[in-house]
Write a protein that binds this ligand. Structure first.
Ligand code: 2M8
Ligand code: MG
Ligand code: MG
Length: 271
């Protein structure tokens, strides 16, 4: 098994970022040797901190909605990973578009279309703290982006459709998390998962059974990429439509829903 999980609103509570309700199951999965792989909008910098807290130092991670992949030593390949950055023994791959290019295009498009939105990188730190409930150091880590920019949309739905079409002409994409929209290159969580599964097969010579959990519109590709899917009840009103032959939708939200989904698919196997 490989478990792929969204963080905010899934393993972590949408408001408090608490994950304690899931702690016993994280430990059980660890004991069973089942990797729990974060797949999130968060940055490399946020993930380096969180994976220590969550005890997930040995597993890879996918950050910035598929734009960043971090590989611990046991997931590195002698010939396939020759040139990515090496940080704290991790190989980091960045896919899609460069963050400076993204930020430049966002400025140009905003002026050209005359639409209203604000980039995370334009918001004063205190405002990010107020908007997200992150601590100040955590907010600083959220701004340290490499391949995606969160934006607060301050215009109507029609302007958003226009904006999305204009991004497409630049080969850029838009997705939606719990609080922000996210702009990035031609990447998504699902394709980053496909990449990691292919890497697993290259290293182990066997296909894993994959389980995925997520709560937001940006998790649709995640859920579609896995064998067994868990749609966690959202704390937001964004519609999430996913058709999947093996989908379980939870009654509870956040880490309680996460436990519910893991119990649904793995409760008997790991009893
Ligand atoms: C942003 O991501 C979440 C994901 O659902 C959102 O869109 O609301 C990102 O800025 C991420 O880096 C940050 O940690 C998070 C904090 O709520 O917000
Ligand atoms: Mg989420
Ligand atoms: Mg997320």
């Amino acid at each position: 098994y490989l478990v792929f999980t969204d963080l905010d609103g899934s393993l972590l509570d949408h408001h408090s970022y608490d994950w304690q309700p899931a702690a016993p199951w994280l430990m059980r999965l660890g004991e069973a040797g089942i990797p729990v792989i974060p797949v999130t909008s968060k940055t490399r910098s946020e993930l380096l901190e969180l994976r220590r807290e969550l005890g997930l130092e040995k597993t890879p991670f996918i950050g910035e909605n598929g734009a960043v992949i971090g590989l611990p030593p046991s997931w590195q390949h002698a010939t396939l990973d020759r040139d990515p950055d090496d940080i704290e023994g991790l190989r980091i791959k960045t896919l899609g578009a460069d963050i400076n290019f993204l930020r430049q295009r966002l400025e140009v498009l905003r002026e050209h279309l005359g639409c209203r939105f604000r980039c995370l990188s334009e918001m004063p730190l205190e405002e990010i703290v107020a908007e997200t409930g992150l601590s100040e150091p955590a907010a600083r880590r959220a701004v340290a982006r490499e391949g995606s920019e969160p934006i607060l949309w301050e215009d109507d739905a029609r302007a958003l459709d226009e904006f999305r079409a204009a991004l497409k002409d630049d080969a850029l994409t838009l997705t939606q998390g719990g609080r922000f929209h996210h702009v990035m290159g031609d990447v998504d969580k699902g394709r980053a998962i496909d990449w990691l599964v292919a890497r697993f097969v290259a290293l182990r010579g066997a296909s894993p059974v994959t389980l995925g959990l997520g709560d937001g519109p940006n998790d649709v590709s995640l859920l579609q990429a896995v064998d067994r899917a868990v749609l966690i009840r959202g704390c937001h009103s964004h519609p999430v439509e996913v058709s999947h032959p093996s989908l379980y939708s939870t009654r509870r939200a956040g880490p309680h829903g996460w436990v519910e989904g893991i119990e649904h698919w793995l409760g008997e196997t790991l009893a």
